[in-house]
Design a protein around this ligand. Structure first.
Ligand SMILES: *[C@@H]1O[C@H](CO)[C@@H](O)[C@H](O)[C@H]1NC(C)=O
Ligand SMILES: *[C@@H]1O[C@H](CO)[C@@H](O)[C@H](O)[C@H]1NC(C)=O
Ligand SMILES: *[C@@H]1O[C@H](CO)[C@@H](O)[C@H](O)[C@H]1NC(C)=O
Ligand SMILES: *[C@@H]1O[C@H](CO)[C@@H](O)[C@H](O)[C@H]1NC(C)=O
Ligand SMILES: *[C@@H]1O[C@H](CO)[C@@H](O)[C@H](O)[C@H]1NC(C)=O
Ligand SMILES: *[C@@H]1O[C@H](CO)[C@@H](O)[C@H](O)[C@H]1NC(C)=O
Ligand SMILES: *[C@@H]1O[C@H](CO)[C@@H](O)[C@H](O)[C@H]1NC(C)=O
Ligand SMILES: *[C@@H]1O[C@H](CO)[C@@H](O)[C@H](O)[C@H]1NC(C)=O
Length: 353
């Protein structure tokens, strides 16, 4: 979410502690799985493509999806991490990604922009190897170019994971066109961070900012589609993180599971559907209020909570109290869950696992 650039961070609440006692870090060690970069060349590409620049408070301000894009540079990013007490961030590119260039056959292509962004993120991780890791941006819906970019990022650039969006030009997660991509990710037990984007399907268009309500519903729509098409069940080894507390999912999960059990939708097993949803990781970016945290905790509660959480600074201090989390749960939220899906990070940082 552009407003939270460099100030949001993800906390994870996972069931199984992967950190042995005697680990080198205390419970407050924080891994932020949700922080975005906006290199100057990316901002320029967005402006060139026609995204509007409006004057807000006397300053020219770029808007995407009806929301301002933060001014960003690497020095500020690291400074914000220090201010927030974040030890390590996995950086990614927020909506709209590179899809706005898809199909363009003159000038910069979506593939070229994705590669350039990945190389820029690689440079940032090289500048701060113990503070930053990266999640690859993909040139979807071009499947072949996407497969090549995943291999390049994971094998050559050694990225921590892969970034995806809820849809690319209307191709939603769950679409069988993405099977080759999920097969590759599944074979590697890769970790995917799924950021919402502007809806790629017909729906309400009242002209309000997409991040306000459409993003939370996009996350849910993608999870719902992967359930009903069977794609998630098919590729269950992929670790998937959905931001903003999983969007509307904690609130609507039981409703979806109930309806999906109707015969005309395939008579899906309610318990299995809820287990599938509980297998996702959610972060707490702009989802730190009592109601949101308790919805996540209740839904993902019991013996196997698996909730990654991210939040901006004002929510940080309140998260333990609002969620009524124990210190052990806070350690899971702060880093243990993240390390469970980013095993390479523990290795790189020399943490005992
Ligand atoms: C980053 O931006 C800040 C303003 O937010 C500015 O003071 C600083 O010079 C910039 N650093 C670089 C390296 O551009
Ligand atoms: C994590 O960050 C905090 C706050 O900046 C710092 O005090 C602590 O030493 C860091 N932990 C490690 C293991 O680097
Ligand atoms: C995007 O979707 C539109 C409408 O379905 C289609 O006409 C167009 O070819 C698609 N573009 C790409 C690059 O897939
Ligand atoms: C990455 O860093 C190299 C070496 O400093 C530089 O030549 C290259 O232009 C940078 N690439 C990007 C995309 O920033
Ligand atoms: C994608 O790659 C496969 C295998 O290399 C090839 O058969 C197919 O024609 C390619 N598709 C496109 C659209 O380039
Ligand atoms: C399941 O995976 C197999 C192998 O990749 C593929 O052929 C099949 O279409 C997939 N089915 C679904 C529902 O995703
Ligand atoms: C649904 O799945 C659960 C767990 O696998 C199983 O115990 C239960 O019997 C299943 N329910 C039905 C109606 O098949
Ligand atoms: C907080 O959690 C404790 C232990 O699980 C429980 O006894 C207490 O009722 C909870 N408090 C609130 C306000 O939910």
């Amino acid at each position: 979410m552009p407003s939270l650039l460099a100030s949001s961070f993800i906390l994870l609440l996972a069931a199984t502690s992967t950190i042995a006692s005697g680990s080198l870090v205390d419970e407050s060690f924080k891994i932020d799985v949700h922080s975005h970069v906006v290199p100057d060349f990316y901002r320029e590409a967005l402006i060139e493509a026609g995204y509007p620049v409006k004057t807000i408070g006397g300053e020219p301000t770029l808007f995407t999806d009806g929301f301002p894009v933060s001014v960003w540079n690497l020095t500020d990013h690291i400074a914000a991490m220090d201010t927030m007490g974040v030890n390590y961030s996995t950086i990614s590119v927020s909506a709209p990604g590179v899809n706005f260039l898809a199909g363009k056959n003159h000038g910069l292509s979506a593939i070229a922009l994705a590669t350039k962004l990945n190389l820029a993120m690689y440079n940032y991780t090289q500048a701060y190897p113990t503070r930053l890791g990266a999640m690859c941006i993909l040139p979807l819906p071009d499947i072949n170019a996407t497969l090549a970019e995943i291999i390049f990022c994971l094998d050559i650039l050694k990225f921590d994971g892969v970034g995806m969006y809820t849809n690319a030009n209307g191709t939603y997660l769950g679409d069988s066109a993405l099977d080759p991509v999920f097969a590759l990710l599944n074979a590697r037990s890769a970790t995917v961070f799924v950021h919402p984007v502007k809806p790629g399907c017909a729906g309400a268009d009242l002209g309000h900012p997409d991040p306000m309500t459409e993003y939370p519903f996009e996350s849910m729509r993608a999870m719902e589609n992967m359930l009903l098409t069977g794609q998630r069940a098919n590729y269950s080894q992929v670790n998937m993180i959905f931001p903003h507390g999983g969007g509307a999912m904690p609130y609507l999960a039981t409703r979806i599971a109930g309806m999906a059990s109707l015969s005309f939708l395939g008579s899906l097993n309610v318990t299995a559907t809820l287990a599938q949803f509980k297998g996702y990781l959610f972060d707490t970016a702009s989802a730190t209020t009592l109601i949101q945290l308790l919805a996540m905790k209740e839904f993902f509660g019991g013996t196997n909570p698996y909730v990654p959480l991210a939040q901006a600074k004002p929510g940080l201090a309140a998260i333990q109290a609002n969620g009524n989390f124990t210190s052990a749960e806070m350690a899971q939220i702060n880093h243990e869950n993240a390390l469970s899906v980013f095993p390479g990070v523990a290795k790189k940082l020399g943490l005992a696992i």
